[in-house]
Design a protein around this ligand. Structure first.
Ligand SMILES: [Fe+2]
Ligand SMILES: [Fe+2]
Length: 357
């Protein structure tokens, strides 16, 4: 490479021109404005669903999504302090899928914080993940922010024990629209751990909770749902600046419940439709969320993209850079006390959502 090549030219030369707006990942920037804390960025990649076919073969499209995200993170400026993987690295929890995912992710030049998803977990109940990838729940501090990583995809013991084989259990949990499914849970033991973990913090410490499922209730038939979410929210209630970042729903969703802002991250594999546009579930999506308008439902990449999140004095400004869709910015409104879309929040300004039925 010639020394005087600009970054843009270099990207072009490297064959990834235009990748910056196309990558299904999120660049998260924490900025402290007038406060003394140090600014930093992190990248968030989620829901890659790497799918083993046989031997060394995997579904190529899903591999490509994750590989592109990894490439883009490595080119990112400013450099992220670390990368979060938001869960569902594998499709059916197989060792081959997890190993394959680790190999692709090992090309990242930054450390990774891992969140476990149900597709990683239900074959062996997290055993291989714990051995090879990460703890299932933990916390850490970074430049003034307290991060809590939860395993939010646990469920009832009697559901776990009702299946003839681990593979059958995994297949049942992997289905989106499954009347035999079971809702996600954090469960009391982990909630108690979280209570202890937060107990020494001052109430104005910015807290970022990272879970796979949303830590509130959206649409139970698809398991966009955490059964004991209210218990988790109660533990977070005393804190003034709380943001939950989650994966699993493969689309932009945002909400505010009491003191807690929620932001969904996108998938590198495929988008889900909104429940109302597919299952005609009218009141499932949070009122606050302005839907992404997906004009062509066959364009599977158009609900993926990346975003820059700026945490100004502990509050999120989220700049979504969507592939093949309109860019969006969500900003926490101090007067209203919840995040709003800077362009489309007013119903009169919205693009009507695509209907699939
Ligand atoms: Fe997923
Ligand atoms: Fe998931």
């Amino acid at each position: 490479m010639k020394k005087n090549l600009t970054r843009r030219k270099f990207l072009k030369a490297a064959g990834i021109a235009g990748a910056a707006v196309a990558m299904p990942l999120s660049l998260v920037e924490f900025s402290w404005g007038r406060n003394s804390q140090e600014n930093f960025t992190l990248a968030y990649v989620s829901d890659s669903h790497l799918t083993h076919i046989k031997g060394g073969q995997f579904v190529r499209n899903f591999d490509m999504g994750l590989k592109k995200a990894v490439t883009e993170v490595n080119f990112m400026r400013p450099k992220p302090d670390f990368v979060v993987f938001g869960g569902d690295l594998a499709q059916l929890g197989k060792k081959a899928e997890i190993d394959h995912g680790l190999e692709i992710m090992s090309r990242l030049r930054y450390p990774v914080k891992w969140v476990v998803g149900e597709h990683d977990y239900y074959l062996d109940l997290g055993q291989y993940w714990s051995e090879k990838v990460s703890k299932l729940h933990y916390s850490f501090d970074h430049k003034g922010v307290h991060f809590v990583v939860l395993n939010s995809i646990l469920t009832y013991d009697n559901w776990i024990n009702r299946w003839k084989s681990p593979a059958e259990r995994m297949h049942q949990m992997a289905r989106l629209d499954n009347p035999q499914g079971s809702p996600f849970m954090v469960r009391d033991r982990q909630i108690e751990w979280m209570k202890k973990d937060l107990s020494g913090l001052s109430k104005d410490t910015p807290i970022v909770v990272m879970s796979h499922s949303p830590l509130y209730k959206i649409f139970k038939p698809w398991n966009f749902w955490t059964e004991d979410a209210e218990k988790v929210q109660a533990v977070l209630k005393p804190f003034s600046k709380v943001t939950v970042l989650h994966g699993h729903v493969h689309q932009i969703l945002y909400n505010q419940i009491g003191n807690i802002s929620f932001q969904a991250m996108m998938s590198t594999a495929w988008p889900w439709p909104y429940p109302v546009s597919y299952a005609q579930a009218g009141n499932a999506v949070p009122k606050l969320t302005v839907f992404m308008n997906r004009a062509d439902p066959h364009s599977e990449r158009d609900a993926t993209g990346w975003s820059i999140i700026n945490l100004d004095n502990g509050r999120v400004i989220n700049d979504f850079k969507l592939w093949e869709n309109t860019n969006r910015t969500l900003r926490y409104d101090d007067k209203l006390g919840y995040p709003v879309d800077t362009k489309y929040q007013n119903p009169a300004d919205r693009i009507p959502p695509q209907e699939h039925y």
